[in-house]
Each structure stands twice: as structure tokens, then as C-alpha cells.
Design a protein around this ligand. Structure first.
Ligand SMILES: [Ca+2]
Ligand SMILES: [Ca+2]
Ligand SMILES: [Ca+2]
Ligand SMILES: [Ca+2]
Length: 319
């Protein structure tokens, strides 16, 4: 009898521990948030200036006043996918289209048409395919020679716009869609949601970044050996989640070609994406350039230290 009671107590303890773990996995900000940080030093090509830098943990999305994990980086958090009957480890549960794009086109998931079934699945540098770009009218090369880089040329990549619910083909970076007095661009920079007012949001889990142009009066400038425009970006804190399951990107080209963003990562590891837009100095009439770099972060690797030579050119604009 005594043995049964002890075993029963033991099993209860085990199940309690499991419940606690499941709770932690599903709710990022209930655990103490973990942060990555680093210094980005950018010595720009001749006659260019920095227009925009955005740092984003692709595996976290804002939901009400919380951050939630998005294991497959399709713009829908794991708990929301489970609630909708989708697969949190499949970026295109409905077929060829990314889950966020499908639900945008049709909230009941009936987004399949003739054109979305026969579309090309080859990826652009940000992992978007024609199946995602065509139905959103992002398949143009008006500003960039590659489609789906930054269709509206507002400095926010199409991928980040899709993940943030902003309009990828209307330059709405300076709008304030949720009227909380913070522009859409600033919301995306901070990691808050452009369509959900931040009044209830826990400010300690925002991204904290500052950037500064180093002038040629400054000794840092002389030390760097940079003969062009030099920028220092101080990434003070980017939150990341610890309890994420591993994700294997089904696209082989993305896993092998460094010029295409891969969504593959080990468990407990997050993907932080840094995008840069540089543009011509006044009077030079040079094409804009859009760059990216993805960094894997986890408890043992929290450094976001980068320099210009590590960034990958995603697309060149038209002069
Ligand atoms: Ca997801
Ligand atoms: Ca999914
Ligand atoms: Ca854009
Ligand atoms: Ca706003």
C-alpha cells in the first residue's frame, strides 16, 4: 500500500513537471526573456549612405501583450497554428503558399486557385516564392531587379512586411496603422506589431538598437581603416526564446546556397535576421542595395557582432 502511494506521488510529480514544461514552451514571456546583442560596424561602399537597418528575431511574433514562438517562420505563432488546426512545423500547411499569405488571401484557408497550384516554388533571397508573391502582386521588378525584395521601396523587406501584416506593395512605413503614435517602421524595428496597439505591451521585451554615423573627426573612424561612410550599430538587446523545437527547411537550395535565407535551425535556437538598405548619396544616382545576414542565436551563442563583409546582397535597385 505504502509502495503504491509513493509511486502515485512520484507519477503526479512527473506529470506536474511535464505540464510546467509545456507551459513554458507555449508562453515565451512567462520565462525570463533571453537576449542577444552585438556591435555591427558598417563601412559602406563608396558614395553610399545607410538608409535603414532592421534587426528581427524571425521566431517571435507579437500576440496581444506577449511574444509567442513561430517555429516555422510563416508569420503565425505556434499556439495560433494549433488553434487553427495548422502545422506549426510546416510553412505551407495549405499546399504551396506560406500560411500567413494564405490566411491573408482567405481567412478560411481556401486560398488555392489555378495559379497558386501551378506556381514556381524556387525561392528568392528572402525565402519567398512566386506562389507567395503572385497573389500579393509582389512579382514586380519595379525598384529591384529581383522580385519580392522590397516591392514598395520603403526599406522594409517584403518578408518582414508579410510577417508584420503591413502592405508590401504600398509604402506605409511612415503610417501609424494602429494609432498608438508609433510608425509602422518604428514598430517593426522595435519588434512590436504595427496593427496591435502597444498600450498593453510589456516594453522590456522590445528590441533595443541604436545606430550612429561615425564622423571623420572621431578616433574610432581613424582606427577602423574605413575610407567611406562608417556606421556603428549598437544592438543592445534582441529577445529570443529558449524552448523552440528544431526546424528543417524543406527547400534544399535554401539549405545549401548562402544567398538564399534558410529557415533551418537546431532546437532551442532562434534565427535573427538583419537587413540593410543602402542608397546613393545625393547627386550620385547609384542603385539602392538591399543586404541581409541571418544569425543563429541560443543560450550559448548570443553575439550579433557583424561587419559589412558578412552581409549578402539580396538585390540591387534600379538607378
Ligand atoms: Ca508558424
Ligand atoms: Ca505553419
Ligand atoms: Ca517594403
Ligand atoms: Ca503604430
Amino acid at each position: 500500500m505504502k509502495f503504491i502511494i509513493v509511486v502515485g506521488l512520484f507519477l503526479t510529480l512527473i506529470s506536474f513537471q511535464n505540464c510546467a514544461q509545456v507551459g513554458l514552451e507555449n508562453n515565451v514571456s512567462n520565462v525570463e526573456p533571453l537576449y542577444a546583442s552585438g556591435k555591427v560596424q558598417l563601412c559602406l561602399p563608396e558614395n553610399y549612405t545607410l538608409e535603414n537597418i532592421i534587426v528581427k528575431n524571425l521566431n517571435l511574433v507579437q500576440s496581444k501583450n506577449d511574444l509567442q514562438p513561430d517555429s516555422d517562420i510563416d508569420g503565425i505563432s505556434d499556439p495560433e497554428e494549433i488553434a487553427l488546426g495548422l502545422n506549426p512545423l510546416d510553412r505551407s500547411s495549405y499546399g504551396n503558399i506560406m500560411d500567413r499569405v494564405c490566411l491573408f488571401l482567405s481567412p478560411d484557408g481556401n486560398c488555392q486557385t489555378q495559379s497558386t497550384q501551378n506556381c514556381s516554388q524556387s525561392r528568392n533571397p528572402f525565402g519567398l516564392t512566386n506562389c507567395d508573391l503572385d497573389p500579393l502582386s509582389l512579382d514586380t521588378t519595379q525598384y529591384y531587379s529581383t522580385a519580392g525584395i522590397d516591392t514598395d521601396n520603403d526599406g522594409i523587406s517584403d518578408l518582414l512586411e508579410i510577417l508584420s501584416d503591413t502592405q508590401s506593395n504600398v509604402a506605409d512605413a511612415s503610417e501609424d496603422s494602429d494609432r498608438d503614435l508609433i510608425t509602422n517602421l518604428e514598430e517593426i524595428r522595435r519588434g512590436s506589431h504595427p496593427f496591435k496597439s502597444d498600450k498593453e505591451f510589456n516594453a522590456t521585451i522590445f528590441n533595443n538598437i541604436s545606430s550612429q554615423q561615425i564622423s571623420n573627426q572621431n578616433h574610432l573612424y581613424l582606427d577602423s581603416g574605413c575610407e567611406q561612410e562608417l556606421w556603428n550599430v549598437d544592438i543592445k538587446s534582441i529577445p529570443f526564446a529558449q524552448n523552440l523545437k528544431a526546424f528543417i527547411d524543406s527547400d534544399e537550395s535554401a539549405n545549401q546556397d548562402p544567398h538564399i535565407l534558410s529557415f533551418t535551425r537546431a532546437e532551442k535556437t532562434n534565427i535573427v535576421l538583419v537587413t540593410l538598405k543602402i542608397s546613393s548619396k545625393i547627386g550620385q544616382n547609384l542603385p539602392s542595395q538591399f543586404y541581409f545576414k541571418s544569425v543563429l542565436v541560443n543560450r550559448n551563442q548570443t553575439s550579433l557582432d557583424l561587419n559589412m563583409s558578412q552581409f549578402i546582397l539580396a538585390g540591387k535597385g534600379k538607378p
